[in-house]
Design a protein around this ligand. Structure first.
Ligand code: GLC
Ligand code: MG
Length: 581
């Protein structure tokens, strides 16, 4: 009898484990949309907004260039490097936040949306940053954290005083259920998002960390206050915004509990993890409506402005942020492809999906690195040749490419252990094993100072100063100065590609058509077509040399790696590619 019970329990346990493993390993693939794919990106460039064809370079101000020797990058430092960015060939610069902040999340915890933090400079400097960028014919994008403020923002200080103050309802305050929080909602990080405030004797909700309380956007005063911020910067001439965790802004007004999910390990889009589906506090339909309201504000400005949303979800959901009539956010980050796998099928599948879900007049984005994730070069085993091939792909696809500072020279991840992190995330995940905290969770490792030269402190700050994060060993040889002097460097490759892209109508505006006869196996091959003009891109994602017979009369516009075109005979070296015209 006992034996039977034991075997029964064992069987149930094994079944449960098998189910869990299967559920957690499968990242169910999304079916392709039913809509017919339109390859019609051939509308004349004159009738299209500039941002559809721009290229974006992300600057993380704290780590770009220090001008005053305090070891922290600043606005004056950035201004001194604008010529570098312009010369490199990017057309738009996005700045991670430099607003007033206690810097617990290094600027993503804002305590004043109008002023720069004194560490970075003053208002005069911000104005001159905008002016200096425009003077160089570039555009400027600010980073807006609309979902939450810092706990040190006067709004929250006021709000936490008690239910009777004028800002009482500016954040999400609720009574608990006995000892328990008001709902079971997880934050973006998969942990309880409610925090008890001893002063007010109530719970407040935060989609990120506890010191970043979520604003209550259902309060019309909050909405107006944030719209004022948006208009303020547009009036100052800012050309666009990157919108921080835009898909966490609205929560369920009825505060319903999220459903249980078998998922423990996060899905790629973070909608399900740690036993929960974030049905009621992520991708709420009111977020899609807000996108349109903001678009309404931006569209009253001339020249046109744009927004790119940091949002997570499957493509069907992401597309809702853009609006059925392209009347929502102008762009959203498509992070799915940034989980890089170095094989042609991976890229083909991801790009085909993007083309199917975002046909013209939608504009896709291509991003592989930023201040939150593992730098792409490190996912490629620090292989410069692969990085060149990836650059060729990123800068020739249909969509807006986003680069992160240092990506242009292949700056690698640093090796700062989670225990020493300044980034607040590793401490928040203290239960995770060290290896996960060290690289995946510790964002310090992608935020180390920009490697300008082989000199003291990599040229980021003056000799003798202590940079806020250590410069990464290896900067002595891997830096801007050295690569600027080498014809075959990754920097030179990026510069050349950016130049070709800026001068090519098909690469800027054209539709994308697969060259089916070549785009099989290890080779990615597509054309970019704009009216009567076209270019061909062929990339070999493998260690083997490939020989192809291509059309007559083509010339080599660009080559990354060992490639040769003689007549119609094309040889593609390992992990390399070409643009033919
Ligand atoms: C976004 C930012 C990240 C920040 C978080 C909270 O994901 O990119 O750096 O920590 O939002 O604002
Ligand atoms: Mg929110």
């Amino acid at each position: 009898m006992l034996r039977k019970i034991f075997l029964g329990v064992l069987l149930i346990l094994i079944t449960a484990i098998v189910v869990l493993v299967v559920v957690n390993l499968s990242n169910a693939t999304e079916p392709f949309p039913e809509t017919e794919v339109v390859h019609g990106a051939e509308v004349a460039a004159d009738d299209r907004p500039w941002w559809e064809a721009t290229t974006v370079y992300q600057v993380y101000p704290r780590s770009y260039q220090d001008s005053d020797g305090d070891g922290v990058g600043d606005i004056a430092g950035i201004i001194s490097r604008l010529d570098y960015i312009a010369d490199l060939g990017f057309e738009t610069i996005w700045f991670s936040p430099f607003f007033k902040s206690p810097q617990k999340d290094f600027g993503y915890d804002v305590s004043d949306y109008y002023l720069p933090d004194p560490e970075y400079g003053d208002t005069v400097l911000v104005d001159s940053l905008i002016r200096e960028i425009h003077k160089r014919d570039m555009k400027v994008v600010f980073d807006l954290v609309l979902n939450h403020s810092s706990e040190e923002h006067p709004w929250f200080q006021e709000s936490r005083k008690g239910p009777d103050n004028p800002k009482s309802d500016w954040y999400l305050w609720r009574d608990g259920q006995g000892e328990d929080p008001p709902t079971n909602w997880h934050s973006a990080l998969g942990m309880n998002g409610w925090h008890f405030d001893n002063g007010r004797q109530q719970w407040y909700f935060s989609s990120f960390l506890s010191f970043q309380p979520d604003l209550n956007w259902r309060n019309p005063e909050v909405k107006e206050a944030m719209f004022d911020v948006v208009r303020h910067w547009l009036d100052k001439g800012v050309d666009g915004f990157r919108l921080d965790i835009f898909n966490y802004i609205y929560e369920d007004p009825e505060f319903r509990d999220n459903p249980f999910s078998l998922r423990v390990v996060p899905t790629q889009d973070f909608t399900k993890m740690f036993w929960q589906e974030k049905k009621y506090n992520m991708n709420h339909p009111d977020d899609f409506t807000l996108a349109k309201e903001l678009r309404g504000i931006l569209d009253t400005y001339d020249p046109p402005r744009f927004m790119v949303g940091e949002v997570f979800g499957d493509h069907k959901t992401l597309r809702k942020f853009l609006g059925e009539k392209q009347d929502g956010l102008n762009l959203v980050f498509l992070f799915d492809i940034s989980a890089l796998e170095w094989n042609a099928d991976f890229f083909r599948d991801k790009i085909q999906r993007i083309e199917a879900f975002y046909p013209y007049p939608y504009t896709p984005t291509y991003v592989f690195s930023n201040h939150d994730r593992i730098r792409s070069i490190s996912l490629l085993g620090n292989d410069t040749q692969k990085a060149k091939a990836l650059a060729l792909l990123q800068l020739t696809l249909r969509g807006v490419p986003f680069y992160y500072q240092g990506e242009e020279i292949g700056m690698p991840m640093a090796n700062i252990p989670g225990e020493q992190a300044l980034d607040p995330l590793p401490a928040a995940f203290d239960w995770l094993p060290d290896f996960a905290k060290d690289q995946v969770i510790n964002r310090d490792n992608c935020r180390t100072p920009m490697q300008w030269s082989g000199g003291a402190n990599a040229g980021f700050t003056e000799a003798g100063a202590v940079p806020w994060l250590p410069v990464t060993p290896g900067y002595e040889t891997l830096n801007v100065e050295r690569q600027a002097a080498e014809a075959e460097s990754l920097l030179a490759t990026n510069k050349e590609l950016l130049k070709i892209r800026s001068a090519s109508e098909p690469l800027k505006w054209g539709s994308l058509k697969w060259m089916d006869e070549f785009s099989t196996g290890d080779i990615l091959a597509f054309q970019r077509i704009y009216q009567k003009d076209r270019v061909n891109v062929l990339i070999n994602i493998s260690e083997e040399e490939k020989s192809l017979t291509v059309g007559e009369g083509l010339t080599l516009l660009f080559a990354a790696g060992n490639n040769e075109l003689s007549g119609n005979h094309l040889v593609l070296g390992p992990n390399s590619g070409v643009i033919l015209k």
